[in-house]
Design a protein around this ligand. Structure first.
Ligand code: SF4
Length: 354
């Protein structure tokens, strides 16, 4: 009786317009809809992309180019975040965590700052005073130009770093977002990244940077044997996981972190086994990473922002393996090899991706 009822229910369910695979469909659609083709342009590079070998690709990413991934891959990323959180909590309970370190940023050439938006409906004289005050600040104008890479019309949205707002005017501003503020004293290219955690050794009291990487079971099985401290560029991980090493190396050298040794902690996604690899920061790798960013930096800092030229050593038309693996190749090939401005890149992409 039960079996036939269930059988009957199944037939009814499959013919109903609100039944079937709606659950998976809605979940997938939500995860995919949340990923835009373009993010707001930024004036910094992401620390997680430190291993990118192409300044042109770096400039396009900073300008907001994004490649959405299927919902399944998005779930993999979010599971990775959850695995990282579990390890941070465990490190805290084990008293290995340098408390608050998971909120620290690795940055070069500036910092991410809170920006605030001038609220409307102020008395005209009051608003004029505020605008005139901030018109003297080059860095603020820089933010004002950010977004579409153009100066905004008078009386449109006016945003300013919280840090620059005199206390007497705080009440006239509302939270608007976060932006990178260049440090005029620094020669470093603008790079910004989030570290996972810093741990302190119970043996010698030394602090170490730690980056948690969750990876597929097959890749986990192919990891080389764990190793103790060795120069980052000499690790056997360089063969398959160079980008992770360059990221960690960049974080270890960043003026806001500045730690000599770090650990890449890999965790397998299916059975949660772990392997650890200890790395000493590598000055040669660092110099090359900064050199690539210095090539790309002027293009994302100018107004309007631009796409960098194709580097001499790259060829997106023929079998250059870095270009073949590049997410921007489809558009890179159609833009001028000498570079172009933000509007041209967006217009070309609209023809290609809609
Ligand atoms: S396709 Fe090649 S040249 Fe173009 S952005 Fe990508 S890596 Fe750079």
């Amino acid at each position: 009786m039960t079996a036939s009822l269930l059988k009957g229910e199944k037939i009814v369910a499959s013919s109903s317009p609100v039944s079937g695979s709606w659950l998976k469909l809605v979940l997938d659609e939500t995860l995919e809809r949340e990923q835009p083709l373009w993010n707001p342009p930024q004036r910094y590079f992401r620390g997680s992309d430190a291993g990118n070998l192409c300044p042109r690709s770096m400039s396009m990413k900073a300008l907001g180019h994004s490649v959405p991934v299927p919902a399944r891959v998005k779930r993999i990323f979010e599971t990775g975040n959850a695995i990282e959180a579990v390890n941070v909590k465990a490190a805290s309970r084990a008293k290995l965590l340098v408390e608050g370190s998971q909120q620290r940023d690795a940055s070069y050439g500036g910092t991410l700052r809170i920006i605030r938006n001038l609220i409307s409906d102020l008395p005209i004289a009051q608003e004029r005073d505020i605008r005139q005050h901030f018109a003297k600040h080059d860095t603020v104008l820089d933010v004002w130009f950010a977004g579409k890479g153009k100066a905004s019309e008078p009386r449109t949205k006016f945003i300013v770093f919280e840090h620059d707002i005199p206390q007497r005017w705080w009440k006239y501003f509302e939270f608007s977002g976060l932006r990178f503020k260049p440090d005029e004293e620094s020669d470093d290219p603008p790079i910004f990244g989030h570290i996972d955690l810093i741990v302190i050794s119970p043996e010698d009291g030394v602090e170490y940077l730690c980056d948690v990487k969750s990876i597929r079971q097959e890749m986990y099985r192919n990891l080389p044997p764990e190793h103790g401290v060795m120069l980052a560029g000499e690790s056997p991980l360089m063969k398959r996981h160079r980008k992770y090493i360059e990221q960690l190396n960049g974080y270890m050298f960043s003026p806001t972190i500045d730690l000599e040794v770090g650990c890449l902690l890999f965790e397998a996604k299916n059975d949660q086994y772990q392997k650890e690899y200890w790395l000493r920061r590598d000055p040669k790798m660092q110099a090359e990473m900064l050199a690539r960013h210095r090539v790309a930096a002027p293009y994302i800092q100018m107004t309007p922002q631009e796409v960098a030229p194709i580097p001499e050593e790259r060829n997106p038309e023929r079998g250059d393996e870095i270009c073949v693996a590049c997410n921007q190749r489809y558009i890179c090939r159609r833009l001028s090899a000498e570079g172009c401005d933000y509007d041209e890149m967006r217009a070309t992409d609209k023809e290609l991706r809609g």
